[in-house]
Structures are given as C-alpha cells and as structure tokens.
Design a protein around this ligand. Structure first.
Ligand SMILES: N[C@@H](CCC(=O)N[C@@H](CS)C(=O)NCC(=O)O)C(=O)O
Length: 194
C-alpha cells in the first residue's frame, strides 16, 4: 500500500518529503490547500487532529509531527540506514537530537526570527545556545553521526536550511558549511515546489 503524504510546498511538509526521498520510499502526495483551510476540514482532522502539515498515512497508521514521521520512516525503511538501530550505543543520542530539533532548536529559532527577547524558562533555550549545541554535536562531521547521514540531519539540518532559503544565515562558519553539505545532497528539501 502506497504511503500518503499530506503536503503543501510552502510548509514544513517539505521536511517529511525530504525524509521520504532519502529513504527511497514510494509515496503519493495529497495536496492540501491552506487558502481554503482544507487543513481544518473534518476529513483532514481525522488524519491530524492538530490540523497541521505534514501528516503521513500508511494503511491504518496515521502519523503527524515531522519528528514522528521521520522516526516512522527510518523504521519502515531500515535498508536506507537513516537511524542507528535500537540497542546500538548511538541510539540514545539519535533520539535526543530528534526531540531537541523540535522542542528546543525550532522554538529558539522562531524567537530569534520574531525578535522575541530571551524567553523566561519555558523549556527551550535561546538561539545562540542552540547553535552551540548543534556545533558541539556535529563535532568534526560531516554529519551528526560522522560520515553517516541520518534522520537527525533531516530534522536539525532542515531548520537551518529553511532559514537559508529565506536568505538568513547562522553567522557560524561550521554550521554554514554543514548547510552547504546538506543542500548539495541530490534529494535535499526544497520549498515552493509542488
Ligand atoms: N511541529 C509541527 C509543525 C507543523 C506546522 O506548524 N505546520 C504548519 C505549516 S509549516 C501548518 O500546518 N500550519 C497551519 C495551521 O496551523 O493552521 C511539525 O513539525 O510537524
């Protein structure tokens, strides 16, 4: 059964599409129109009760939130080797980075873009500290798990790529080189393309 990706090219669904492409998955795009609020229609709310993109359907399974979709896809396509195996020593750091991307890096970047001053302790850091964390985790690279590209690069990297696509830079040569490497991958995410 073909996977279905609920998608709009101007949305974070481009991250899930990148992951599916890296996994070599066969999938169908289901276009969702934000202008007509199709994402809040009763039909779509059955797929994602939050009414947001992306969402993935695989037979009876429905998955929303990019981090969950990336974990699901990595597990479904183990031959693509996009995640350290459960039980391997790298698995813990991998899971931590997957959650960090969405619980700390993304809101920190959002605060920075919106020029919201350093927030009171709301569970996430500020953007400069988040960049320090990613630089440390990247080590000598080229990817977060050395030579092996993984779903963690999709989740963490897509944040910086997204920023780059809007003409912004991190101000960190190491992170910029990382973004260059990711964007040079043939299947790297693009925005605005159906
Ligand atoms: N944390 C979510 C964010 C999803 C999200 O906010 N998607 C936006 C598009 S980029 C959306 O669907 N917004 C429509 C809305 O909230 O009405 C994820 O990564 O999947």
């Amino acid at each position: 059964m073909t996977l279905k990706l609920y998608f709009n090219p101007q949305s974070r669904a481009t991250i899930a599409r990148w992951m599916l492409d890296e996994a070599g998955a066969d999938y169908e795009i289901v276009p969702i129109d934000f202008k007509t609020r199709e994402n809040k229609s009763p039909g779509f709310l059955q797929v994602n009760p939050a009414g947001k993109l992306p969402a993935l359907v695989d037979g009876q399974a429905r998955i929303y939130e990019n981090a969950a979709i990336c974990l699901y896809v990595a597990e479904k396509f183990p031959q693509a080797r996009l995640a350290p195996s459960p039980g391997s020593p790298e698995r813990g750091r991998f899971l931590s980075l997957m959650v960090y991307s969405t619980s700390q890096l993304e809101p920190a970047m959002g605060d920075s873009l919106l020029k919201i001053p350093r927030p009171a302790a709301r569970g996430w850091t500020d953007y400069e500290e988040a960049k320090d964390v990613v630089e440390r985790e990247l080590g000598f690279g080229p990817y977060l798990f050395g030579a092996r590209f993984s779903a963690a690069d999709v989740m963490i990297g897509s944040m910086f790529i997204w920023q780059r696509l809007f003409g912004r830079h991190t101000g960190r040569p190491k992170l910029e080189a990382y973004v260059d490497r990711l964007m040079a991958r043939p299947k790297c995410m693009t925005m605005g393309k159906a």
